[in-house]
Design a protein around this ligand. Sequence first.
Ligand code: ARG
Length: 586
Amino acid sequence: MKKLIDELSDICQKAFTEAGYEAGFGRVNVSSRPDLCEYQVNGALPCAKKEHKKPIDIANEVAEILKGAKAFSKVETCMPGFINLDIDPAFLADYLSEMSRDENLGIIPDEKKRIIVDYGGANVAKPLHLGHLRSAVIGEAIKRMGTAMGNEMIGDVHLGDWGLQMGLIIEELKDRGQTEFTMSDLEEIYPAASAKSKATDENGNPTPAAQAFKERALEATKKLQAGDPECTEIWKKVMELSKADLKKNYDHLDVHFELWKGESDVQKYIPDMLSDFEKRGIAHEDQGALVVDIREDTDKKDIPPCIIRKSDGAALYATTDLATILEREKLFAPDDYIYLTDKRQELHFQSFFRVARKAGLVRPEQSLTHIGFGTMNGKDGKPFKTRSGGVMRLEMLIKDIEDAVYEKIRANRDESEISEVEAREIAETVGLAALKYGDLSNQAAKDYIFDIDRFTSFEGNTGPYILYTIVRIGSILRSYYAAEGEKPEETFKPALEASVDALNLGLSLSRFNEMAASAWKELAPHKICQFIYEVSNCFNTFYHNCMILKEEDSELRASYIALLKLTKDVLSKCIWMLGFAAPEKM
Ligand code: ARG
């Protein structure tokens, strides 16, 4: 379905042509002065320059033509040459009807692409922490936005499952003489082993015991990577436990991956890949290491070469990421790639992206995009910590949010309507929305302050406010359907003509497809948040100023209901894209 603004532009461009001017000057914009008009055309000004005429004369000529168009209820000009427009309610009503009949609510699907989104990045055997939270939350939203736009999106968890942490665990188990272990054992074993390998004396130097332990862990890691059966046995068990635990955590966040692959899956490609790079002169040796020059003439600052094999023969983070592209090309042949991590990893991505291009692992038309996000800070502006000062575990954080929401629900609760069990369930749904909206409503690249009180508030620009709006609409619709039955109503015209608040709501809703396209193009979930906040505000104003169910004219009442239903559908689609859902009541 065409964007409304494009439909209006077509009409205005035709008017410019009819008046003898270039069509391009007729582009319509949403008004920057909503107090004066809904839309405006500013093209008479540049057009006048070209034609050596007065802008206002051109504006008046075009306005005369536009007055005959049924799309506009008001056409005015003002100095020095603006054309101010209001849309005709009947025209808007037709647009909204078409939108509500369309299963995509008017979204114009992309030419379907297959896109891999790499947004897990959790490290096996280490607890999921806040650094991975934003990746999961933003990545899931990006993935769903792409899906809504008609693409085939493949999310990969890309586990960190091949590092030193495995060697540390293997050696720690040995020291403890332990062969059996559970996930909660692992949660204690890894931090203990890590601390043991980093122990320092009073001067801050590593102790001999720590050094020796770390040596052994490195050795065990190497043995594992060389396929030693004993180490592999332990690794498999660690993987099995960790994956199950991670799945549970991601499920709880309503984050779901199509692929559960990890760094370990691509190690097998590395030797051939490196010798191929060497043979083709993509990589060369430098002080024992294998490196790729990636400097480009246009670089403003010096970009260091990308090291893909250390002098001791070990592969690095970039090596693994390159081998992962190799595998993804082989198995999935995606059109594009999107990666999400903390923005401190920017250079890493820039660097291996360049190697991938230079080596021809991807074709020039494939895009490689890294979304680098900021940190989540506490109210003191520093990276978020628990009350006791430790790094906050994800489960704890989620629980704190759920508890805060639960308290609010309990305070408002009418016990005949919401039982204790229900209140807990609702708190889970609303808590997740509070957490995700609190994150997604900020531009991803920016740091943001995690503020439980604000995030869980039922008022203001928050997840719970949006959900509350949806719940309120749902309850009005239920009452209406219970009294009058469900009929396929799409008559928007009476509502838009009767109430300026309904008209404003309709105007906001009509921008849905335009918003969805631009949020996706810019990979900016915060634009969806802005949009639903605006729609919710419009709805709530309308709700406060209008009797909906008590409206006596049944046709007008039905028309209000059509508008409510579309509002609910649009909001629901938007929160689905953001990765959360609304409860029935709250
Ligand atoms: N495991 C990494 C970390 O915790 C993140 C991996 C991100 N994805 C990637 N393809 N490099 O920092």
